[in-house]
Design a protein. Structure first.
Length: 75
């Protein structure tokens, strides 16, 4: 059964692999985006049979007086 959970540092290698495959980035660029742009604490992981199969970044944002979530980096 698929499970959605928050990403952890242990997921970084699998997430880098997903991001490289989806966006054609180098591993260094993918890791930089995950850690410095989205932040691992904002990445949701879809796991199936113990394997990471998808991810989505849900980064909180504020624009003047409005708050929201920036969904990005789906892979």
């Amino acid at each position: 059964m698929p499970m959605v959970r928050m990403a952890t540092a242990e997921d970084l290698a699998a997430l880098v692999e997903l991001r490289c495959a989806r966006y054609g980035q180098t591993p260094a660029d993918a890791a930089g985006w995950l850690q410095n742009v989205a932040g691992l604490e904002h990445v949701l992981v879809l796991e199936q049979s113990g394997k990471t199969v998808a991810m989505l970044a849900a980064v909180p944002v504020r624009y003047t007086h409005r708050q929201g979530i920036w969904f990005c980096g789906a892979a």
